[in-house]
Design a protein around this ligand. Structure first.
Ligand code: LP5
Ligand code: MN
Length: 240
């Protein structure tokens, strides 16, 4: 038995190749899995559950087929798709994870997060995040037409891309102190997150005991997933 973890697929109709990888992953890599965890930024952007494009419907149907066949799928909000809501969850059978969630992994408690809130040096982003995670700001956005919402999301993306090209690398990475804070808060020795796209398993000492921080990679060129086996082994697989 295994538990699977993926994030940052950034599914987008302009990249049908990534969607194809994901569909293949569902068909071929989930046979022994007792659960799939998607830790945010599954979609490139999500402007509301009513944006039922052919592409979005095709992905939602694939999720529905998988959950119907008995694969529990848990999904967290990322900084691109935090508007995934009840209608999406009802249509797909996916369950929404809270921002910070401790999963029992064959006897080992592991903290799951998207990872954006670990980047505490990125003050401008945290300010932006506070604004767009406000319930009323979101309702105002959702009242707009799909065309207007798409334009706003595209503008955010352009601004974000411009800004990222000027930021030093370390600002966009997690802050070590914040990683320790979150792990201490939840009393865990292990953390899995995405967002930074810097795929790795970092090993360190926390409270005089071995600890790990596993960073899931993005699916820009090929897919990748972390496989946690019931033997305790944790490793990455590539989906090509
Ligand atoms: O996404 P990524 O990884 O490239 O960069 C992130 C941060 N950027 C973002 C923005 C997203 O890319 C785009 C969001 C799309 C949302 C769709 C729904 C819209 C709903 C809106 C209302 C409810 O998250 C980036 C980080 C980076 O990670 C590393 O951690 O640095 O942060 C930013 O770039 C944010 C800037 O610092 C501030 C942006 C200010 C935008 C100003 C307003 C634009 C006005 C346009 C509207 C008319
Ligand atoms: Mn992200």
């Amino acid at each position: 038995m295994t538990k699977l973890f993926i994030s940052d697929l950034h599914l987008d109709e302009n990249r049908p190749d990534i969607a194809e990888l994901f569909l293949r992953f569902l068909r071929e890599n989930t046979k022994d899995a007792e659960a799939l965890y998607i830790l945010g930024d599954f979609f490139e952007t999500w402007i509301g559950d009513d944006n039922l494009t052919d592409f979005n419907v095709m992905i939602m149907e694939a999720l529905k087929t998988a959950t119907n066949q008995g694969l529990p799928i848990f999904i967290s909000h990322g900084n691109r798709d935090f508007l995934l809501g009840k209608k999406f969850l009802n249509a797909t059978g996916c369950k929404l994870l809270p921002e910070e969630y401790v999963v029992g992994c064959y006897g080992t408690p592991i903290l799951l997060m998207h990872g954006d809130t670990l980047c505490t040096q990125d003050r401008a982003y945290l300010k932006f995040r506070k604004k767009v995670r406000n319930y009323f700001v979101q309702q105002l956005f959702l009242w707009k037409s799909l065309a207007k919402r798409k334009k706003i999301a595209d503008d955010y993306r352009t601004k974000s891309q411009k800004k990222m090209s000027t930021l030093p690398d370390h600002i966009m990475d997690v802050t070590a102190d914040e990683v320790f804070n979150k792990m201490q808060k939840h009393g865990v020795q292990h953390l899995i997150h995405g967002h930074t796209h810097r795929q790795a398993i970092h090993e360190f000492i926390l409270n005089n005991k071995p600890a790990t921080r596993t960073v899931l990679g993005a699916w820009h060129e090929f897919g990748n997933a972390l496989v946690c086996e019931n033997s305790g082994k944790r490793s990455f697989i590539e989906i090509k």
